[in-house]
Design a protein around this ligand. Structure first.
Ligand code: SF4
Length: 335
């Protein structure tokens, strides 16, 4: 019988053959990423799964828990975000949580199976005096034997160094979308601001968690542009969260059309191929996603999820539903 692991479409396209080696590259072009998006669905999923297996055990899923340590009242105007003070999504602004309360939440997350604990604050950037408290949280969470992650907005180089000294393992700072579409979503900062913070985090020696959001009204060319931007960073982010827009009433994107599930799965697969050694995380938007779509995402190379009933201020699947789904698929938490 003929070997059908390479379809005629791939064999005839030398550009694609170069893209499908599974090697970690930083010279991705927009045209290459677009060509991956345009593959037939079976070709794309097969190649993503094949490359996934070059770098990871395909049964393992990394589990993170995310806690909002300072909610709402953010001065930024991100069109997707219910925590922005520019929108009226009914989120009540709160103060920065106490260190002991955060550590208690981390202990509970560990007991529920998490190995990474992420702390999110709705800030444009942290004030230096807030960092004292954040550093104490990082130290407390780390002492429990969990990996630590924070998302606090834009950082200066000295702030990144302080977080590193406190033992922060990961810093999340998303590029959100393509450079061209960015201005449609946020007006209070520019793409270069994001890149600058990512550079400070990387220079401090902290692992980078950086991805984006799809379903915000962008086109496929923007989804390709976002992945090209991520995959062209000097070092690939160790974690790449791919979020599906949660359409929250009161935000400017509440009335956006839902993104087709297969296009979401394609985005996961292309992220897997373009950043083959990174963890690709299924992030926001799982609450309304069928089990079948999530299973396709795992098949396409997603190998990380957020676990817990809430993602900052939006709902996430009940933990027992996640455990049941992983069981049904024969997937196990990564240790
Ligand atoms: S996404 Fe972050 S920076 Fe943007 S409004 Fe929400 S909390 Fe603020």
């Amino acid at each position: 019988m003929d070997d059908r692991t390479q379809s005629p479409m791939l064999a005839a396209n030398p550009v694609l053959a170069h893209c499908l080696s599974g090697a970690v590259r930083h010279d991705w072009t927009r045209a290459e990423i677009q060509a991956l998006f345009d593959l037939s669905f079976p070709d794309l999923i097969f190649q993503a799964q094949r490359i996934h297996r070059q770098h990871f055990d395909p049964r393992e899923v990394q589990i993170s828990t995310l806690l909002s340590i300072k909610t709402g009242g953010c001065p930024e105007d991100c069109a997707y975000c219910p925590q922005s003070a520019h929108h009226d999504a009914g989120v009540v602004a709160g103060k920065l949580m106490e260190v002991a309360a955060v550590v208690d939440e981390a202990r509970a997350a560990k007991a529920a199976g998490a190995n990474r604990f992420c702390m999110g604050a709705a800030w444009r950037s942290p004030r230096d005096r807030d960092l004292d408290q954040i550093c104490a949280m990082v130290e407390g969470v780390r002492a429990l034997g969990l990996e630590t992650c924070a998302t606090l907005g834009m950082l200066t180089a000295p702030q990144a160094a302080r977080l590193r000294d406190a033992g922060l393992d990961y810093y999340n700072h998303n590029l959100d979308t393509s450079p061209e579409f960015y201005g449609e979503i946020i007006s209070t900062r520019v793409y270069q601001d994001r890149l600058d913070t990512l550079e400070h985090v990387r220079a401090a020696g902290i692992h980078v968690c950086c991805g984006g959001i799809v379903g915000m009204g962008e086109g496929r060319q923007d989804r390709a542009g976002m992945i090209a931007a991520l995959a062209s960073l000097p070092a690939h982010p160790e974690s790449v969260p791919i979020n599906l827009l949660v359409r929250v009433e009161g935000t400017p994107l509440a009335g956006e059309d839902a993104l087709e599930s297969f296009e979401f799965v394609r985005t996961i697969a292309v992220a897997r191929i373009a950043m083959p050694a990174s963890m690709v995380r299924l992030s926001a938007g799982r609450e309304d996603m069928s089990e079948e779509t999530q299973a396709l995402c795992f098949l396409a190379g997603a190998n990380s999820i957020f676990h817990g009933p809430k993602l900052l201020t939006t709902p996430n699947p009940e933990p027992k539903r996640d455990i049941a789904l992983l069981d049904k698929l024969g997937l196990v938490p990564m240790r």
